[in-house]
Write a protein that binds this ligand. Structure first.
Ligand SMILES: Cc1cc2nc3c(=O)[nH]c(=O)nc-3n(C[C@H](O)[C@H](O)[C@H](O)COP(=O)(O)O)c2cc1C
Length: 351
């Protein structure tokens, strides 16, 4: 199986296993309506920051693809959608282009299509500092994402299972480029204990990419026809739980990004109220793009942003920071999670 074939398989099986509601925990998070909101819709400011990078909109298209001839067009279309909707976008892992010099054009196309846009490079946690810098240079990226994907590598027959090398290598990567560095999961979430470890080696931007949306265990089990791994489809920390956990581990200057099964503006608003500075989507936006077309993908993102703004009005939040501080009601398993971790349900992220 070549790397190019694997890239195509990931898209195919992500679409086939998408739409399954695995539960992000966000369904257990409710707002208190503010019947005396002091916020007029035209006063809502949704701008945010990832480290030193300013984003006009706190929603972006997260890493999906690149690295095979057939996916260049998908990246071009995603970049055009991001440009029209005014959101940032990450490319998929640039590993093949960095190691073998293959298909760099399938990544560069996003910069050609969106010359003024905010774009994120994407590499594995085992690249060298020089390779990380080359990934940023390849697309003139505004930030670098480093992905953690233990579950995928474990299940994938050709996966790199030298997990013990990762922590040591990460300490070489956190300040190797002149743009913000985001450490991200890929659908299994992060707990506070790992956030602390990552902080200790210098990281300040965390994309928890929790469980409840795209499942690489499900994708790899389907690809490899390995039934044993199907039971890992729901492995991971649900997105809401991971956000709650991460928020307890954050320092005031850290950036928290929510992703993993984000379906719309209500999920985005709940994620921000749990402490996130920005919200990212991959599987759902890919499905809309490939199944309904480019215009549908643009209006999907526009609706996410419009719904988020409306919820800010309805909760009396002028800014992302104010939405982070609104009270929340927890029910179901998410309340049980908060209690079993010894957390206080009224806890709000320190700023
Ligand atoms: C087809 C596909 C390919 C992906 N490839 C990458 C990748 O190359 N690098 C990466 O960091 N994440 C990759 N991801 C993971 C996403 O960036 C994201 O973390 C994860 O899918 C959870 O978000 P979602 O539930 O909105 O899809 C990929 C996701 C999909 C659906």
């Amino acid at each position: 199986m070549t790397r190019e074939q694997r890239k195509l398989d990931h898209i195919r099986y992500a679409l086939e296993s998408g739409g399954v509601n695995r539960g992000t925990g966000l369904e257990d998070v409710r707002f208190l309506h503010n019947c005396l909101t002091p916020v007029d819709p035209d006063k809502v400011d949704i701008s945010t920051r990832i480290g030193s990078l300013k984003l006009p909109v706190p929603v972006f298209i997260d890493a999906i693809t690149g690295g095979a001839r057939e996916v260049k067009e998908i990246n071009r279309r995603l970049a055009a959608v991001a440009r029209t909707a005014g959101v940032a976008m990450a490319v998929g892992s640039q590993y093949g282009a960095l190691k073998e010099g293959h298909y760099a054009d399938t990544y560069k196309v996003v910069r050609e299509e969106n010359p003024e846009g905010i774009l994120f490079a994407n590499v594995s946690a085992l690249v060298s500092p020089e390779e990380a810098k080359a990934a940023v240079d390849m697309i003139a990226a505004d930030a670098l994402e480093i992905h953690l994907n233990v579950a995928q590598e474990l299940i994938m027959p050709e996966g790199d299972k030298t997990f013990s090398r990762i922590p040591g290598n990460l300490s070489r990567l956190q300040d190797c480029v002149p743009v913000p560095v985001i450490i991200k999961e890929t659908g299994c979430g992060m707990a506070a204990e790992q956030i602390w470890e990552l902080q200790a080696v210098g990281f300040t931007c965390f994309n928890i990419a929790g469980c409840g949306g795209t499942s690489f265990a499900a994708i790899e089990a389907a690809r490899g026809k390995t039934k044993r791994y199907e039971k890992f489809a729901e492995w991971g920390i649900p997105t809401a739980w991971s956000l709650i956990d991460a928020a307890h581990g954050l320092r005031p200057w850290d950036t928290l990004i929510a992703s993993g099964g984000i379906r719309g503006g209500l999920d985005a608003a709940r994620s921000i109220a749990l402490g996130a500075d920005a919200v990212a989507m991959s599987g759902n936006i890919l499905a809309v793009l490939l199944q309904q077309g480019d215009e549908a993908a643009v209006s999907y993102l526009q609706d996410v942003i419009a719904d988020l703004k409306d919820i800010m009005v309805l909760t009396g939040s002028r800014t992302v920071r104010e939405l982070q501080q609104v009270p929340l009601i927890y029910t179901g398993d998410t309340l049980a999670f908060i209690q079993s971790r010894g957390y206080e349900p009224r806890f709000k992220r320190k700023r």
